[in-house]
Design a protein around this ligand. Structure first.
Ligand code: G3I
Length: 399
């Protein structure tokens, strides 16, 4: 029987499923192996570190995403929450697939400053994730020092215009000192741009802006630079990948912010692109427009990281085969353009397995089907999304 790739098989299944929408999905498809007999990608063998090769040969499927990325001097990794540390299967897959780990929530104010006491820091949850990363030779990324979300309950009652700068500077200085020399990159400021708030500078009207004015961003980066001079200080944001007026306005405002910070010699080293993509509108992603934006950012001397990549499948058909193809296509469209930019140094997905994704709660499907936004399914099996990420990394130019 002719060998069909996983994608061809699933595409056929998807076509059949969609064309026979009213019927139950056939249990076997003529002339194709039925799902039951399809052999999943073999679990990876212990893999040697690939040495330099003159003519890079295609990597065997057993190579994890981070090993494929390393061949191109790129970094691949993912976000993990504390609950992931209790899941041996997830930890094993992280060790196989990831070269960097970012705590999903454990470095946010609400986690490290929980007590109703402005001087108490609790790094225990983040430390546990850092230790796991270190034990598995992964880099560690910090998220996030300044954000308008997930502030502790005491914040609004305790932080005033008079003490805000001291509170902010203390938070950044102590948090950076705790992890000094151990963090690849920090999201210093997260999601500060929001053109719908109609400010000329495009800034989001947040508590921080209210308390400190538009210089809070510079204050944060300066405090971060004094806390640790061995980490990439990053501005991180979402919602500027597509060819829409809203996304274009956000690209313009982000570029304006980055230019202003660079002109004022504020210590900023990178832009973080969250890239929470939506497969149902990926046709609005125009490679040439996004490519131009990336080169404009790089021209400022900034590195670029994809920091929270996942693909929302909320509005896709229920059929898993069709959905997986559409999600994989979105990964491929976005990443193949993004990795053309030499200043892009890292790609992190916002989770590794569908078993642990914020989208289950935040973007549930109306049909109740489980969401499938990440490279591995809920049983930690590689999906077409994994294939897409691997293919784009394998075809990317080396850094
Ligand atoms: O820790 C409490 C727990 O004590 C309580 O019992 C439970 C009740 O629901 O809530 C828990 O807090 C939740 C927290 O995640 C930790 O699990 C919050 O409700 C929940 O809102 C929070 O969601 C996180 C979200 O940021 C907050 O805005 C998601 O897990 C996290 O994936 C998401 O990540 C953000 C990035 O930081 C920034 N970019 C966007 C991205 C997605 O929103």
């Amino acid at each position: 029987m002719k060998n069909f790739s996983r994608r061809q098989f699933l595409k056929a299944a998807a076509v059949l499923a969609v064309t026979s929408a009213c019927d139950a999905l056939p249990t076997s498809i003529p002339n194709l192996p039925s799902l039951a007999t399809r052999t999943p990608t073999p679990p990876p063998e212990p893999t040697p570190t690939p040495g330099p090769t003159a003519t890079p040969t295609p990597l065997p499927p057993t190579f994890g995403l981070h090993e494929r990325a390393k061949v191109k001097n790129l970094i691949y990794g993912a976000a993990m929450g504390s609950s992931g540390l209790a899941d041996a299967n997830l930890k094993r897959k992280f060790a196989e697939e990831c070269g960097i780990l970012v705590p999903e929530n454990e470095l946010k104010w609400s986690t490290i400053r929980p007590a109703n006491d402005t001087d108490k820091f609790d790094f225990s949850k983040a430390d546990a994730l850092y230790n796991f990363a270190k034990e598995n030779n992964m880099l560690f990324r910090g998220h996030t020092l300044v954000w308008h979300n997930q502030l502790p309950t005491w914040f609004n009652s305790k932080v005033t215009k008079q003490n805000a700068e001291a509170v902010l500077t203390q938070h950044i200085t102590l948090t950076m000192a705790h992890y000094a020399g151990k963090v690849h990159s920090w999201d210093v400021v997260n999601e500060a741009i929001h053109p719908p708030d109609k400010r000329d500078d495009g800034l989001r009207k947040t508590k921080w802006l209210e308390l400190l004015g538009d210089t809070y961003i510079e204050t944060a980066f300066k405090a971060a630079a004094s806390g640790d001079n061995k980490t990439l200080l990053t501005y991180n944001d979402f919602g500027f990948e597509l060819d829409t007026p809203e996304h274009e306005a956000k690209r313009k405002a982000i570029l304006k912010l980055l230019e202003r910070l660079k002109t004022k010699k504020i210590p900023i080293h990178a832009l973080g692109i969250q890239a929470h993509l939506d497969a149902s509108v990926i046709k609005l992603f125009k490679a040439e427009i996004f490519r131009k934006f990336l080169s404009d950012v790089a021209a400022l001397g900034l590195k670029i990281m994809v920091t929270e990549l996942d693909v929302i499948d909320q509005k896709l058909p229920k059929d898993v085969a069709a959905r997986d193809i559409a999600v994989a296509d979105a990964y491929k469209a976005f990443l193949s353009t993004t990795l053309e930019e030499p200043n892009v140094i890292a790609v992190l997905t916002w989770g590794l397995s569908d078993k642990y994704t914020w989208l289950t709660k935040e973007k549930p499907r109306s049909d109740g089907a489980k969401v499938r936004p990440l490279p591995l399914d809920e049983d930690f099996k590689r999906k077409l999304a994994w294939d897409a990420v691997a293919e784009v990394i394998d075809k990317a130019k080396g850094r």
